[in-house]
Design a protein around this ligand. Structure first.
Ligand code: HEM
Length: 361
């Protein structure tokens, strides 16, 4: 931690200034002024088959690299600092990458595999295509780790470490991270498509999707708080603005001024790749404003707003609690991230430690 404190503080200051400027300068636009660096790069690849339950520690433990690669976290953090310094959105993209890895056949780095003779890449699955980012940063971390500790640190652990580091570097919570995941030799487009919920999901669909992974309603609400950083494309919330229920009407739960602002970023025709923050109050800072915005009807995705407005008293209560108490949100987020990171890992002799995260050895 002490190693990156200086730059980290610098980043936080920049973040705060940018956030403050943003909310003041774009009261109705909700477009994000960090230019093309925030534009999403399409993934070029396609498709693979699988499943996944969760819970328990599954043989993972925090000191896994204690003697084999003691500098693992320092290397991850130094690459992250560099990458986030160049493109602040990288932090959000890497946090999301861990979620999309874990929900498709477990946290096994299956999401990183490119198309090949034997692999149909998950990068081509519906929730990932033209959307998932951060692969080049994972490659950079892997390259440095291969120099320092050859064939030792798995790509699945790198993704988990990068998600934690990104959270910390965005001013969010830290946690003790169990390690020792190994990398899959397969990918599953089918598992990505069927297990990662869509932005149009209602609350019961979200609860079911998380339950399938061994995660409960508290995990769902806390982990959705990951949307305190990063952005989403117009195509993921367009229906809310123009035709939420097939009657050419907007989603009635959208706050009025927010609705008009979003329409200027996301026209009814075209503009599908235009992006806007998931938490416009502080898009690069990990905090609890995401929940405060939900209370104002300013959640970006249907899947965000239904945590408050869906048919579930518990979820709505949790949204209020986290909006009110950042400390509690941080604590629960950390706990739920560990739980998510424990979904179906490969350990022992299963899988392998890839040399290159994009292909099996
Ligand atoms: C509850 C179900 C969830 C749904 C339906 C959902 C959906 C989405 C969608 C549609 C986007 C925008 C993608 C795009 O426009 O390209 C997004 C972005 C994001 N999601 Fe989620 N998400 C969920 C849960 C999570 C979880 C559990 C995390 C992490 C803990 C997470 C972290 C993020 C982050 C950080 C971004 C911004 C990524 C970036 O800027 O590159 N999401 N999510």
């Amino acid at each position: 931690m002490a190693v990156f404190r200086g730059t980290f503080l610098g980043l936080v200051v920049v973040t705060l200034v940018v956030s403050a400027t943003l909310s003041a300068a774009h009261p109705e636009g909700f477009n994000f002024g960090w230019g093309s660096r925030w534009g999403s790069k399409p993934s070029t690849d396609h498709h693979g088959g699988g499943h996944a339950p969760a819970g328990g520690s599954h043989g993972l433990f925090p000191q896994f690299y204690h003697s084999s690669c003691p500098q693992v976290n320092d290397i991850v953090i130094s690459v992250l600092q560099r990458a986030i310094g160049k493109d602040p959105r990288v932090a959000a993209s890497l946090l999301r990458l861990h979620f999309h890895d874990c929900f498709a056949q477990g946290c096994d780095a299956s999401v990183l595999l490119d198309n090949s003779m034997t692999i149909l890449s998950e990068k081509g699955a519906a929730p990932n295509v033209n959307s998932l980012r951060g692969f080049a940063v994972i490659d950079e971390i892997k390259a440095e780790l291969e120099e320092a500790c050859p064939l030792t640190v798995s790509c699945a652990d790198i993704v988990a470490l990068a998600a934690r580091g990104s959270t910390v570097l965005s001013d969010g919570p830290n946690w003790v991270l169990p390690l020792g995941r190994r990398d899959s030799k397969t990918a599953s487009v089918k598992s990505s498509n069927s297990n990662i919920p869509s932005s149009r999901s209602n609350l019961s669909t979200l609860i079911t999707a998380f339950k399938r992974q061994g995660l409960d309603e508290t995990d769902l609400v806390a982990l959705s708080g990951g949307h305190t950083i990063g952005v989403a494309k117009c195509s993921t919330f367009k229906r809310r603005l123009y035709n939420q229920n097939g009657n050419d009407q907007p989603d009635s739960t959208l706050e009025r001024s927010y609705y008009f602002g979003l329409k200027s970023v996301c026209p009814s025709r075209g503009g599908d790749n235009n992006i806007t923050p998931l938490d416009f109050a502080s898009p690069a800072r990990f905090d609890n404003t995401y929940f405060q915005l939900l209370l104002m009807g300013k959640g970006l995705l249907t899947s965000d707003q239904v945590l408050l407005t869906g048919n579930g008293r518990k979820a709505a209560e949790l949204v209020k609690t986290y909006a009110d108490n950042e400390r509690l949100f941080f604590q629960q987020f950390a706990q739920s991230m560990v739980k998510m990171g424990n979904i179906n890992p490969l350990t022992g002799l299963k899988g392998e430690v890839r040399k290159n995260c994009r292909r099996v050895n």
